[in-house]
Design a protein around this ligand. Structure first.
Ligand code: AMP
Length: 112
């Protein structure tokens, strides 16, 4: 069985504070926010990491990325940062591609 927490959120088996959803992606608040606003945008069809991604096979990843400005607008963010951690060595902990949107304060360029 796939233990992917994000698939469980999509299936409503685990609760989440959802801010946007459509047929191909979902966005919800991160449970351990690293900025005043920290939302994850996730393709519904699972691709484990960016290294596995191919545009032809993974259109939901492209779709999720394309929805980031819309989600930021819903959140009232004019300025924000987008992060994708690829692989354990880059602090990826959930192996289902996700875009972090961080904002709600003036962000330093150096990660905290
Ligand atoms: P990453 O470290 O890039 O793989 O990011 C995974 C993110 O998922 C982390 O920022 C976690 O805080 C977040 N996360 C894990 N479980 C949940 C959950 N149940 N609801 C919301 N966010 C979660």
């Amino acid at each position: 069985m796939d233990n992917d927490i994000f698939l469980k959120i999509i299936a409503r088996e685990v609760p989440a504070d959802i801010v946007y959803e459509d047929e191909h992606c979902i966005a919800f608040h991160d449970i351990a926010p690293k900025a005043p606003t920290h939302v994850l945008v996730i393709p519904k069809r699972k691709t484990p990491k960016l290294s596995d991604f191919t545009p032809d096979k993974d259109p939901d990843v492209m779709h999720a990325f394309s929805k980031i400005p819309h989600v930021a607008k819903i959140l009232g963010l004019e300025d924000f940062r987008v992060i994708l951690n690829n692989g354990e060595g880059a602090c990826q902990t959930v192996f289902h591609i996700h875009f972090h949107i961080l904002g709600g304060k003036r962000l330093a360029w150096q990660p905290d």
